[in-house]
Design a protein around this ligand. Structure first.
Ligand SMILES: *Cc1c(COP(=O)(O)O)cnc(C)c1O
Length: 362
């Protein structure tokens, strides 16, 4: 036998891990700096680490109280009803719940190109089809017009703000325009995985007045908890009760919930992480000897085409890896001329810039 026809499905290409690269190149993992997956170089909050350690002996029980407590804490933070918080196994899991709740077989979704691969993957898992809207070179600006000019009645439209991999943002007015100009039955998902790093207002503010916008947030980036897999959607009250009918039982693990509750109580850790990223993205823009897009995230996008040609990203990423710095080749995002560099600690960021400039000059 065979699985169903999966020929339209593509495997997710994650940033490469330190162990994996070290094994490939016969290097010591300790000699590698990984700035390929937009992880927090400060790690998790110490409070989250302690919470995970304290929770370990209770792992034989299903997470019930912790799930409710975290949902309540997030609802307080955003001033929404707890039913509007859809906890999930990472932001990616929340994307799945939205697709489960929205898509009938054959429905289409509209995703950005270049953009985050999981929107389309998730839609296909749920028997949906995928159309793209194009962000135009050279600045890849995020405007309502860019989205609406390719909109054709899709059931879900994904906006990423800050955008991965460009670092650009949609204004709140642009989000509203997209929601206004699309059909009543079109949901606009605003992915704010990097929201903490940005100087723009969350689309959460739109949820009070409308039923066609949902917001995605995650603990993987600014909270430094990518390994526990914890994220959530904030959805309009009108249909928030759909969660009970689409979620996988115990959508977030006990460890994830305990870590999340503790992390939410540690604003200082988030602030420190955001400050460091602000410094790093400015430093990289000033010092990298190639065009760098302005970024509101914890990463920057570097155009290496002047130095290395229109398909130069993969060679640049390879050479940097050999020199000990792992960055993200953006070919799989549809940008074979760009690498994405995550904001590291000060030392890591300086090392990445020096290495990249050497590779570009070679
Ligand atoms: C990292 C990321 C997410 C969510 O990742 P999770 O680890 O699943 O929470 C969602 N959208 C974008 C654009 C991202 O970069």
């Amino acid at each position: 036998m065979q699985p169903r026809d999966l020929s339209a499905h593509v495997a997710y290409e994650a940033g490469r891990g330190i162990e994996e690269v070290a094994r490939d190149l016969g290097m010591d993992p300790a000699d590698l700096t990984k700035l390929a997956s937009n992880e927090n170089p400060h790690g998790p909050s110490p409070k989250a680490i302690a919470a995970i350690q304290e929770a370990a002996p209770g792992m034989s029980s299903y997470p019930k109280a912790a799930h409710a407590d975290l949902t309540g804490a997030i609802a307080d933070r955003w001033d929404v009803d707890p039913s509007q918080v859809w906890l999930a196994n990472g932001g990616d899991g929340a994307l799945d719940y939205l697709a489960r709740a929205m898509l009938d077989p054959g429905d289409t979704v509209l995703v950005p190109d270049p953009g985050f691969a999981y929107y389309g993957m998730s839609a296909r898992f749920h028997h949906g089809e995928v159309n793209e809207y194009t962000l135009d070179a050279p600045d890849l600006a995020l405007t309502a017009e860019a989205v609406l000019s390719d909109y054709d009645g899709e059931r879900v439209v994904y906006l990423t703000s800050p955008h991965n991999p460009t670092g650009g943002t949609f204004t709140l007015e642009a989000v509203e325009t997209v929601a206004d100009e699309t059909d009543e039955e079109t949901l606009v998902v605003v992915d704010e995985a990097y929201g903490e790093y940005a100087d723009v207002d969350s689309a959460r503010g739109l949820l009070a007045d409308r039923d066609d916008v949902a917001v995605l947030r995650t603990f993987s980036k600014a909270y430094g908890l990518a390994g526990v897999r914890l994220g959530y959607a904030l959805v309009p009250l009108d249909w928030a009760d759909a969660y009970a009918r689409v979620n996988t039982p115990f959508a977030a693990s006990e460890l994830a919930c305990r870590a999340g509750i503790a992390a939410l109580s540690d604003d200082e850790h988030v602030e420190r992480s955001v400050e460091m990223a602000r410094w790093a993205r400015r430093y990289m823009r000033d010092e990298i000897a190639a065009p760098v897009l302005p970024s509101e995230g914890n990463f920057v996008l570097v155009d290496v085409s002047e130095a290395r040609g229109p398909d130069g990203a993969s060679a640049v990423a390879d050479e940097m890896q050999r020199a000990g710095v792992i960055v993200r080749d953006c070919t799989s995002f549809g940008l074979p001329n760009c690498v994405r560099v995550t904001c590291g600690t000060e030392a890591q960021t300086r090392e990445a810039v020096a290495t990249l400039n050497e590779v570009l000059a070679a």
